[in-house]
Write a protein that binds this ligand. Structure first.
Ligand code: PAF
Length: 281
């Protein structure tokens, strides 16, 4: 595994792989890697000749009051995990080379980023689309892998790639969960013992709503009431949103139609968590 921090070098190495006819899989991350990230690399190794991961805690996607400074930075541990996962290249830029003094170009995210995370975290998707496009320019991979846990992010990236004619395929991979159902997330490290129990409320709420849908309930108002009730039952009171929306546009629905997604964002202790469940029609 080669660890590269120079942007000219990573570009030259990956371009060479592509020109030699090899397919390249890219897994962009902010580090603090868990089994969910590793599953993206496994998928990359399954279908690509060469696998690349990036580790960069991207300042531009954090709001001024968010957790940029305390975001876990575990580089040594991350590199060991990536090596074990059979990664070929890791790009670890420093902030200065990505955003040098005077940097001023940002990508305006597509409309699918307007609601939900877009409303709760102003500027977040602008930071995500900007860094992801920059990484795509530096690492001209064949396909890039993202977790479904960040459901709206994956849609935003897909649409950006489509709208801007970026020659990259986007593959969204399933959310990995702990044995009790908690979605894996780098931010789970923030959860204290009692927070960890409460955090399960997100998964239980998704399941409760999905059970109701399977039992024939189609009215979104009833389903959203069920989501909130289950969250409250777990002492989760600070709910940013708990909604059942169209799975492609993320627009609100009155009734569950062919394909919908349940999206939740809520605060557990000092930790903001998100989770989702796709309802296939
Ligand atoms: O999902 C993440 O970890 C980040 O948003 C990403 C895609 C690596 C961009 O910084």
């Amino acid at each position: 595994m080669e660890v590269i921090s120079n942007r000219h070098e990573i570009y030259a190495r990956i371009s060479h792989e592509r020109h030699s006819g090899r397919s390249v899989g890219l897994v962009p991350t902010m580090g603090a890697l868990h089994a969910g990230h590793i599953s993206l690399l496994e998928r990359s190794r399954e279908i690509c000749d060469v696998s690349v991961a990036t580790i960069f805690v991207n300042p531009s996607q954090f709001g001024p009051k968010e957790d940029f400074t305390r975001y876990p930075r575990t580089l040594e541990d991350d590199l060991a995990k990536l090596e074990r996962a059979g990664t070929d290249f890791v790009y670890v830029p420093d902030s200065h080379s990505i955003y040098p003094p005077g940097y001023s170009t940002y990508i305006e995210p597509p409309a699918v980023g307007n609601r939900w995370e877009g409303e709760c975290r102003p500027g977040h998707f602008r930071g995500v689309t900007t860094i992801v496009l920059k990484l795509f320019q530096l690492i001209p991979a064949t396909v890039s892998f993202f977790g479904r846990k960040d459901y709206q992010q994956a849609l935003v990236i897909r649409k950006m790639v489509d709208d801007l004619n970026v020659p990259m395929r986007i593959e969204t991979c399933p959310t990995l969960r702990e044995p009790d159902g908690l979605a894996m997330s780098s931010r789970n490290r923030y959860l204290t013992g009692s927070d960890r129990q409460q955090a399960l409320g997100l998964w239980h709420a998704l399941q409760a709503a999905s059970d109701k849908i399977n039992a024939g309930e189609r009215r979104v108002s009833i389903l959203e009431r069920e989501l909130k009730q289950t969250l409250n039952d777990h002492q989760i009171e600070q709910i940013d949103y708990a909604v059942v929306v169209h799975s492609e546009t993320l627009e609100p629905l009155e009734t569950v139609e062919s394909s919908a997604v349940i999206l939740i964002a809520a605060r557990v202790g000092t930790t903001r968590l998100i989770d989702n469940l796709l309802i296939e029609g």
